[in-house]
Design a protein. Structure first.
Length: 284
């Protein structure tokens, strides 16, 4: 199980004389249970990429705790925990080394050729493709190689950061179905990061919605429907990112259901039921 507790992440704004800082993540609490498919959703600028870097231990938080099976991750022991996580990123054409054949790429993950052939069979990669370089493969074939590379070291968690967004709709559906087939026995825990709520709803058991670096809604896909006006807008494919309201609710400037209190008041989490909560004054 992975847990983030009161996690903040800030960056210095680039500039020779600049001393300003900006928070990419604010007070993040997330629990990722073993064998579950977790969706992390938000538009560009919501904090998804930064959260993915912390969950995959590429970066450490500025403050707060990262726990793996109740053990705290620190700079001293982070390499030990990184082995538990595989990652697949948005554009396979840039994440695969153009100098390497597919076989050479997979050997970097695990040198054993028999293991590579077995994994290729699991992810539907034909053996003849293993002699090819990335530019000789289709987008779907490239992403299958990336998935095989991530799974070969036998991780407990697979982080998928916009892993299908660079693919056409047909190939995207095939990759999603492949991921579901691979994990029918719930051997892996998936962390699915996306801007596409409809897609996340299809593959995920539980959804965390981000806006402005904060988690603003958490719900169980099987039992709940999203209620926060921002989450509902994502289902409608509406573009909502604008300048955030700095005084009250961050979503005030674009919310169609806003009330007077939303302009100056900061909503805290309201518990709808045991597995659904959100930050919104509409549910006080």
């Amino acid at each position: 199980m992975i847990e983030l507790k009161s996690v903040y992440k800030k960056y210095k704004i680039k500039g020779f004389f600049s001393k300003d800082e900006i928070y990419a993540l604010k007070n993040i609490d997330i629990t990722i249970e073993n064998g579950k498919h977790i969706g992390i959703i938000g538009e560009s600028g919501a904090g998804k990429t930064t959260l993915g870097k912390i969950l995959s231990l590429i970066e450490m938080p500025t403050s707060g705790l990262v726990l793996f099976d109740n053990k705290s991750v620190t700079k001293d022991n982070v390499r030990e925990f990184r082995k538990k996580i595989g990652a697949v990123f948005q554009d396979p054409s840039t994440s695969l080394d153009p100098r390497f054949t597919a076989m050479a790429t997979l050997k970097e993950a695990k040198p054993d050729v028999n293991s590579i052939y077995k994994m290729c069979e699991r992810v539907n990669i034909k053996k003849e493709l293993l002699t090819k370089h990335p530019h000789q493969l289709s987008g779907g074939e490239q992403q299958r190689i990336a998935i095989a590379r991530a799974l070969l070291p036998n991780p407990e968690y697979l982080l998928l950061d916009e892993a299908t967004s660079a693919l056409d709709m047909s190939t995207q559906a095939k990759i999603i179905n492949l991921l579901c087939d691979i994990n029918r026995d719930k051997r892996y825990t998936y962390i699915f990061i996306s801007h596409d709520l409809k897609l996340a709803n299809f593959i995920s058991d539980k959804i965390y919605v981000l806006y402005g670096g904060e988690v603003i809604e958490v719900y169980d896909k099987a039992n709940d429907k999203p209620l926060h006006p921002y989450t509902v807008s994502l289902l409608k494919d509406a573009k909502t990112i604008e300048k955030e309201n700095s005084e009250g609710c961050f979503f005030y400037n674009v919310c169609k259901e806003r009330k007077n209190i939303c302009k100056t008041g900061k909503p805290s989490f309201k518990q709808i039921n045991s597995h659904h909560k959100l930050k919104c004054f509409l549910y006080d």
